[in-house]
Design a protein around this ligand. Structure first.
Ligand SMILES: Cc1ncc(COP(=O)(O)O)c(C=O)c1O
Length: 423
């Protein structure tokens, strides 16, 4: 990003629960012809994401040490099961039609195909007060989180995050809130500083916790009192099995304080296809009364130009009665994986969180450092997990386990885990 780049609204962010990213920033200065373009100083403030590269490095070392062992990867949360054919057929039909004069389509509406926007409202919001014109189809939720500058890196890049403090491992202008079993995975809002933006992810990655209705009521109330905007990441809402809300808009008053961002990635296996959506309600206003939706629309038109029409055809097929049934049966498959793995970790006497409303387990290993647990599990069972401390200081003593995986791999992991003795 260049120094002259300008951005849309520039809130002070707050992050209740950190999320992982796979990018690696190369800080190396190399010799050769240099242009006269100065590097954006904020880019220099970005910290390298060491977590997943470090895990990969340890995996490589492990494979060298044990070349005959099969490593099972329960680390990165990537989907594994094939996309149901009813969905891929719709995409291939659409693609083939692009080669015909009748079926060819060029640019579409930047906000997305209206039929898909209507289907999203009908499927995910039902009777809630969400209108199709408030839904913006995206190329995945990560991109809109960044376009809203609600993600740590994008906030750093535009200079909203402040300096990085090495002692605490935190950026100065970001309020981090620790969520764990001790506070029912929800911060004490009476001690929480006001910020412009509250980034809240439920069901949460990495903890797997879905916020309860009471917790979300408190959050909406807090945002209202403080005049803050909630950016609510509900990418895993389809995994909710209990009565936790699947949308922030189930909470009265949320349309005045919240943007919701979601995705087809983890419900339809669209991690590679790329499709998501963002809801910006008409009622959400800046301090001067200007509707946020108008600025968001401007950003979408200027910086995006619309999601792939092939992916949108797939999204529409996902929301047909047949597609939805097929898609949710894959979600159920991952949920069964979660049951199997949760039972295996519980059989070791460990407290297992998550898994019920999200495809992640958050396993507590009291008194142990999470990198030590990661190493020990890898050494003894050849299974890759993610050390909780990689998500922030609140993750120490935990490991995150993804429950995406083929069933035979999950069963094999379960057998190996049951014989594990952690020391
Ligand atoms: C909570 C959460 N939100 C958003 C994303 C990004 O999803 P997408 O593939 O739609 O960019 C992820 C990806 O793992 C995630 O865990």
């Amino acid at each position: 990003m260049f120094k002259f780049s300008t951005c849309n609204f520039r809130p002070n962010p707050i992050f209740l629960q950190p999320r992982a990213s796979l990018d690696v920033q190369m800080e190396e200065i190399v010799t050769g012809h240099c242009t006269k373009v100065a590097r954006n100083l904020h880019m220099e403030r970005l910290r390298n994401h060491y977590l997943f590269p470090e895990i990969s490095a340890r995996e490589l070392e492990h494979i060298k040490k044990y070349p005959n062992e099969k490593v099972i990867r329960l680390g990165i949360g990537n989907t594994t099961e094939p996309i149901p054919e009813v969905i891929t057929l719709a995409m291939s039909d659409f693609t083939r039609a692009l080669s015909t004069p009748e079926g060819y389509r060029g640019y579409g509406a930047e906000q997305g195909n209206m039929e898909l926007r209507k289907a999203i409202v009908k499927t995910f919001y039902g009777d809630l007060p969400v209108k199709d014109t408030e839904v913006f189809v995206s190329d995945g939720s990560q991109c809109d989180i960044s376009r809203l500058q609600a993600y740590i890196d994008s906030s750093v890049i535009i200079g909203q995050a402040g300096g990085f403090e090495d002692e605490t491992g935190k950026y100065q202008n970001i309020v981090y809130m620790k969520c764990g079993p001790q506070n029912h995975f929800f911060p004490d809002l009476s001690n929480t500083l006001r910020t412009d933006v509250i980034f809240f992810c439920s069901p949460n990655n990495p903890t797997g916790h879905a916020a309860s209705r009471e917790q979300l009521e408190q959050l909406v109330e807090f945002a209202k009192e403080n005049g803050s905007i909630i950016v609510y990441d509900s990418a895993y809402a389809a995994y909710i099995t209990d009565e936790s809300p699947q949308s922030i808009y189930e909470i009265p008053g949320a349309i005045e304080v919240a943007i919701e961002i979601s995705s087809f990635s983890k419900i339809a296996g669209f991690t590679g296809v790329r499709l998501g959506w963002t809801v910006v309600p008409d009622e959400l206003l800046f301090s001067n009364g200007f509707p946020v939706i108008h600025d968001f629309n401007r950003i979408v038109c200027s910086c995006f130009n619309g999601a792939s029409n092939v992916a949108q055809a797939g999204g529409l097929a996902c929301l047909s009665p047949e597609g939805a049934k097929a898609m949710l049966s894959v979600v159920d498959y991952y949920k069964e994986n979660a049951n199997i793995l949760a039972e295996s970790f519980a059989s070791l006497g460990l407290n297992v969180y998550g898994g019920v409303n999200a495809p992640y387990l958050w396993v507590h290993c009291p008194g142990l450092r999470s990198w030590d647990v990661f190493n020990e599990i890898l050494e003894k069972t050849h299974i890759i997990t993610v050390p909780g401390s990689g998500f922030g200081p609140g993750g120490e003593e935990f490991i995150r386990v993804t429950t995406f995986g083929h069933r035979e791999t999950i069963l094999e992991a379960s057998t190996r885990l049951k014989s594990l003795v952690l020391v």
